[in-house]
Design a protein around this ligand. Sequence first.
Ligand code: 13P
Length: 246
Amino acid sequence: MTNLYLIGNWKQHGSRAAIQAFAQQWSFDANPRLRIAIAPPFPYLQTLGEELPDCELAAQDCSVYAQGAFTGEVSAEMVADLGCQFVLVGHSERRQYHDETDELIAKKLVAAQSAGVTPVLCVGEQQAAREAGEQEGVVRAQLRSALATIQPNLLIAYEPVWAIGTGLTATPDQANDMHAVIKQEVASLLGASHATPILYGGSVNADNADALFACPHVDGALVGGASLEAASFMAIAQSASYNLSH
Ligand code: 13P
């Protein structure tokens, strides 16, 4: 394993006061092989960057357009201008509540790469698909349509929808098996010479992080609820750092 990635997705949570409190509590010995980023809501990117220079910045979404008359949209160029290294694309909440299609997601990936921001493509099956044993086909189809037109420089987050915010984590075996499937599909789509890191997301917390990071195909985590408090996010970061040194 070369690097681990830990990205906190604050979703629609946060305030300037919460960022200041988080930054005051944050104390973590940097590990050059562990990249830690936080994705706050757009209005807080600048404040977070100023208050917490130890963490990298991620955006939660971006427009397919660089600029124009698109009220309410934020471009990948704009988040790059604010210092974002990463942008989440195709999160299941965007797919579910904002009707984002595979076609739109493919365009957002291209937009992010054109702006020099590394996209984090989110994929994952619904509970019904898992119960029907169709999870592999669902995820392969998401990858095929999203990756049709992009360069190999991206991260992928496997987030089974049934594990998001539910306290139901995929078992280490379920996560590892799906990550192996994703790696194989990505290699066939983008070429085997590019190692694409695959993060797991879905109720990751300080108690289950060790077992997930120990999986050979798990290259990091995309963390929702447990990233909102510095203490729990630091505990997950410690777990990742420990895993890198053992
Ligand atoms: P939770 O960690 O709260 O389950 O959220 C996962 C997620 O959606 C991260 O993008």
